[in-house]
Design a protein around this ligand. Sequence first.
Ligand code: NAD
Ligand code: UGA
Length: 464
Amino acid sequence: ADAMVTRVGCIGAGYVGGPTCAVIALKCPDIRVTVCDMNPTRIGQWNSDKLPVFEPGLDEIVQKCRGVNLFFTTDVVATIQESEVLFISVNTPTKTYGHGKGRAANLKYVESVAREIAKVARGNKIVVEKSTVPVKSAQSIADILKANRNSQNKFQVLSNPEFLAEGTAIEDLLNPDRILIGGEDSPDGWKAIETLSSVYKRWIPADRIITMNTWSSELSKLVANAFLAQRISAINAVSAVCEATGADVGQVALAVGKDSRIGPRFLQASVGFGGSCFQKDILNLVYICESLNLPEVAEFWLNVVSINDYQKQRFAKRIVNCLFNTVSGKRIAIMGFAFKKNTGDTRESAAIYVSAHLLEEGARLAVYDPKVEADQVTRDLNNVTGTPDVVRDQVEVCSDPYEAARGAHALVICTEWDVFQTLDYARIFAGMPKPAYVFDGRKILDHEKLTKIGFEVETIGKRV
Ligand code: NAD
Ligand code: UGA
């Protein structure tokens, strides 16, 4: 009975903290769940009708629980003080300065949260590291808590990495493949693991909750992402072979994936993976390997990122080549800007890279994405090109796919949004200069049908 939790808090109301806490609140009506963030705009959005994160199913859950047992606040101190279990789900981006620049994870947000907890906490707390962090980070958190605690407080630090994917976050949270909890191998550690498990057990079968030592848990998260990304780079590397030989990467993936030891998922060749985590987490793993003096291992994982860069570059160059080696002054429609469908998130999206390449070649871009706001597109392109005047003069963000396509020499499919499969391509074709090109970076369109309409079609891993 002493494992009963009544108050859960979370620091960091982003793509992970918000949806995760919404689902905990939904599944545990008797637990009061508070999510806090130092960014008042974000909290304002969580408390409004337009949430800062688009995820299918999220709105309904927030509407149901908010103000009942789910609260969003900027009051970090109160959240820390009132919570028995405290999730840390702040961002851990790649360092952009100093030692480990471009590779290591920047842990300043995690550390500042640990210091804040140490400063204001009263009584015993279970601190749960949900952010993705390098191995041994829980030790740093525990050291900070220990060095600063007053004698009444006791802390246990657990590792509980999150495996949700954007676009399917709610589904993944409601029905996860596994919940992973790492903790200290001691009676206090086991008790803390038991307490956190008791929350998840409210809706997740016990056999899907796996527990292990803290360092295995932290490393498992990085390795899971590295394995997933590695599959994409493997099939993308094969796509280049297919284009050069007349094999079809879709058929190869089908044949290979039928082997039950390999499995069919995550073998979809593409313009390259994006998202805030794959590249960041692999570089983090690479940095750890380098720090441990394991250069061969570092090199192995680094190649997953290199092939991804190669894939994005290859695709962007092919567009220019096909358009008679010049896109200067030509209008090109960028269809989809998010890093995958069903999200408005653009972090590390392949579309950003492809757009930047085309801008550099002088193209005029018409960008359409069903969920990405115009100023987000502008911000991303400004950041990556460093030339806001070029972005201002050469990029138009359209609110309608037909408008983006009108007058374009080419359509470039960067995101696999379902709506792109059902557009009236005959109508689009009629409004484009000829030859009219489609570059399908996601392999989602009916290429035969497009060819019949008159399009020149180019795609990944297959000659059309
Ligand atoms: P995010 O940037 O969307 O959200 C992080 C939030 O933390 C921000 O709103 C920021 O304002 C807040 N924050 C930072 N420092 C703070 C502090 N000291 N006090 C209060 N708030 C603070 O990030 P995210 O995408 O939710 O990712 C969070 C972590 O989860 C990362 O480590 C990431 O690797 C990991 N992760 C992300 C995903 C994903 O799909 N996005 C999936 C699994 C794991
Ligand atoms: C990924 C993992 O799938 C999650 O398990 C993990 O929790 C998360 O990273 C994280 O740590 O942040 P996410 O990046 O949200 O989730 O989305 P994915 O579905 O993994 O897609 C990542 C990228 O790979 C997207 O650009 C997607 O289009 C691309 N992809 C995916 C392919 O190109 N081919 C595929 O077969 C699968």
